[in-house]
Design a protein around this ligand. Structure first.
Ligand SMILES: [Zn+2]
Length: 418
């Protein structure tokens, strides 16, 4: 769909979802009443962005606690109207309930994604999805006339996955993550099977749930798998890379996507860093209107080489991990590769030390192997980082062992205040 027609459709759908949310959602009604606006005041996308207040997960928690409501004042339909009650993973707090109706945007978007992944009528599909979000969604496969092979998303199930791959010759593997890839690697080492032969029926595999480690990417490429990363589009639905691998495609007829200044309300230009803000256009169970996702993104609305006109975006990190140095927003991933490129610090163990919100110098605490750092290591790390981001950091060296004491095993907070 050409952009002007897409925007006209978004305006039409906003005209339906805004009165629905205002009438049925205590959270949205409360926010808009305080802002002194009503759905009828919004005339077009420009008004929408200017007038309608944003909210975030803290707002949902606050409204939920005040009302004793597990849905945080977002649920707009009676419980018997729901087909699935899933939840987020709860990685950074209590899991958020995700109530859904049949054929909501989550289901609808993934239907289309399956086509791009190469699934065709009659194909077998290896379906190892995280069930906490949306159950098994078995009815989808009947509708799409695909043959799902349900496998638990669980490293212990890898031998079942490989046996099913041989027997049914599935064309799509949906979805694997870093622990699954490690388990698959161990399976091949133990069994002596040929990975290329074992995966030869797959047109695509989908990676989701967390950022993909460089090591996992190399491994999967060796197995001959065409892998596409997937991310959440602000808890409304999923967004998957297309064959061009130039970011995650949003389905903009289902979800209105904005990039907004992380600490304010000004729109951020395409290609610059902003916070992903989403609005459900077709969801009626618990639509979110201008929900701040906490994801820092770069949005691109130009037509993609794959032919799609819907926006795509790169995810650069989480809002809570930002540091501002000389007015520039930096995230841990900006310096990660530079630090990994030096042999003594190749484990990529480091922290950004954020002493104040806006600093003059970037301060890094970087872990090194062994007990005594090689001569000139701090300067080497600093110049590698400077080459990557154009800012010379202050580097403090500590042993990897010392740094790992900062967190649970093999994981450390990437941004710290001291
Ligand atoms: Zn594309």
């Amino acid at each position: 769909m050409a952009r002007p027609a897409l925007e006209a459709l978004q305006v039409q759908r906003l005209g339906e979802v805004l009165p629905h949310a205002y009438s049925h959602s205590a959270l949205h009604r409360g926010l808009w009443d305080r802002a002194g606006i009503q759905p009828g005041d919004v005339d077009g996308l420009e008004d929408f962005v200017k007038l309608v207040p944003t909210f975030d997960k803290d707002t949902v928690r606050r409204v939920g606690a005040a009302r004793g409501d597990p849905f945080g004042g977002l649920l707009c339909v009676a419980a018997d109207q729901l087909s699935v009650l899933g939840s987020s993973s709860g990685t950074t707090g209590d899991p958020t309930p995700l109530p859904q109706q049949a054929r909501g945007p989550l289901v609808h978007g993934i239907d289309r994604d399956f086509w791009e992944l190469g699934a065709r009528v009659g194909d077998a599909i290896s379906y190892a999805n995280f069930t906490f979000r949306a159950g098994h969604a078995a009815e989808r496969f009947e509708r799409l006339r695909l043959r799902p092979i349900f496998i638990d998303h669980e490293p212990a199930e890898v031998s079942a996955l490989m046996a099913a791959s041989r027997r049914f010759r599935p064309t799509v593997l949906y979805v694997i993550n870093n622990p699954m890839i490690l388990a698959i690697e161990a399976h091949f080492q133990k069994s002596g099977d040929d990975p290329i032969e074992a995966f030869s029926s797959y047109r695509c595999a989908v990676f989701g749930g967390e950022p993909m480690a460089a090591r996992s990417r190399r491994r999967v490429a060796e197995w001959g798998l065409d892998i596409r990363e997937m991310t959440a589009l602000g808890d409304v639905c999923a967004a998957i890379e297309c064959r061009e691998r130039v970011g995650f495609h949003a389905w903009e007829d289902l979800v209105l996507v904005e990039s907004v200044a992380p600490d304010g309300n000004d729109p951020v230009a395409d290609g610059e860093r902003g916070e992903l803000v989403v609005t459900s256009l077709t969801e009626r169970a618990a639509p979110v209107i201008r929900y701040r996702s906490g994801d820092i993104i770069e949005l691109d609305r130009r037509r993609c080489a794959c032919g799609r006109t819907h926006a795509r975006f790169r995810v650069l990190g989480r809002k809570g991990d930002r540091v501002v140095v000389q007015g520039r927003i930096l995230l841990p991933r900006d310096v990660w590769s530079a630090i990994e490129s030096i042999p003594a610090t190749s484990a990529g163990l480091f922290q950004i030390v954020r002493e104040r919100p806006d600093a003059d110098r970037l301060r890094l605490r970087v872990g090194f192997e062994d007990t005594v750092p090689p001569l000139g290591l701090a300067a080497d790390v600093a110049s590698a980082v400077e080459a990557a981001i154009g800012l010379l950091p202050v580097v403090e060296l500590v042993t990897n062992e010392e740094l790992l004491k900062q967190g649970p095993p093999h994981k450390i907070p990437r941004v710290t205040s001291s």
